[in-house]
Design a protein around this ligand. Structure first.
Ligand code: SF4
Length: 339
């Protein structure tokens, strides 16, 4: 029997507390009272796509565009990264030039000079480029499916087509990547069952993890007047993801902290999250990485460690990528058990 039900996503009060406690207990039994700590660096805010929910869409002329240099990011990550960081994710709008000129050379430097686990989130690219990124040392690809069906995907002008997105996701998994994905809860026009449908879709995909982000109306986007998603729905989705897949990487996304300072983020840590992300993008570029709004709360090391300490959670000494590597090799080597 499924440990979660569609009605769990609407849980409130005592029922909700029990749901979150159940998810937190599952995460603790699998990972201990620990979360992986990853740093994200937002390499470029150029984007050739125009998703309706994103402030970096190419049609937004109000954004100052930037593309970081390899040298500046190498210095940042080699000399100034926080001690708690075991993993780094290089993230960008869909910008093939940034991939070629910044991400690939930077991955090679990080692979050569550090033991960091390397993840990328760069959008839908050519299969040849995925292979180059993998050869350069990246092991985890984050590619969100955003919404769970083709109609909504097309309506929101998400990148390419829904089928194409899923086929890229499957291609990445088939070619040796650990793939994580995610969806947006509470988008304008979402049906009552959309988040449940997204969780069911995630379960069918070859994923190592899945995130849920609350919809936040972005500046200068077609959805800027839409109401923001309910934090409760987002947290209930997180708990449902954890209960559906105890082994998954389920992040506490920084957008949880956007609406009510750290309390939303801390509640995320209480419903089964096992990954926290420190934003290391240099301050002069951060404000232009407009996934949501310019006044987003930046989850720096101090804020993350404060939230973890308040929740009695420790940074994991083992990196996320190292964990996935070990899990994969155990799965490959483990003998098949009789049914
Ligand atoms: S969500 Fe990603 S692909 Fe879509 S516009 Fe924003 S940065 Fe570009």
């Amino acid at each position: 029997m499924s440990p979660v039900r569609p009605t769990d996503l609407a849980a409130t009060g005592r029922e909700q507390l029990e749901l979150h406690e159940r998810a937190a207990a599952v995460a603790a039994s699998r990972f201990g009272r620990r979360v992986f700590i990853r740093a994200v660096v937002e390499v470029s805010n150029h984007c050739r796509e125009s998703c309706d929910y994103c402030g970096m869409r190419r049609e937004n002329r109000a954004v100052t565009r930037y593309r970081a240099s390899v040298e500046s990011l190498a210095e940042l990550l080699l000399e100034h990264r926080p001690a708690s960081v075991t993993d780094v994710m290089l993230q960008s709008g869909e910008d093939p030039r940034a991939v070629a000129e910044v991400v690939l050379p930077l991955l090679k430097v990080l692979k050569r000079e550090t033991t960091l686990g390397l993840s990328v989130c760069l959008g839908t690219l050519d299969t040849r480029v995925y292979a180059e990124l993998r050869a350069a040392g990246a092991e985890v690809y984050l590619m969100k499916f955003e919404v769970p069906n083709a109609d909504r995907y097309e309506f929101l002008r998400a990148p390419g087509s829904f089928e194409e997105r899923l086929s890229h996701l499957r291609h990445l998994a088939d070619t040796g990547w650990s793939v994580t994905s995610g969806f947006i809860a509470g988008l304008p026009g979402a049906s009552a069952g959309e988040s449940w449908e997204a969780i069911q879709l995630a379960r069918t995909l070859p994923l190592a993890g899945c995130s849920v982000s609350p919809f936040i109306p972005g500046e200068s986007t077609p959805l800027h007047q839409g109401p923001p998603a309910s934090l409760d729905l987002t947290l209930n989705c997180m708990a449902a993801l954890r209960l559906a897949r105890p082994d998954w990487i389920v992040p506490a996304v920084s957008a949880l902290g956007l609406r009510d300072n750290l309390e939303g983020y801390r509640r995320g840590l209480r419903c089964g999250a096992n990954l926290a992300t420190i934003n290391l993008t240099p301050p002069h570029w951060r404000e232009h990485y407009l996934l949501y709004r310019r006044d987003r709360i930046i989850m720096d090391e101090q804020r993350i460690l404060r939230a973890l300490e308040a929740e009695g959670i420790e940074p994991s000494p083992i990196g996320m990528v190292q964990h996935l590597r070990e899990r994969h090799s155990n799965a490959v080597e483990a003998p098949c058990l009789p049914a």
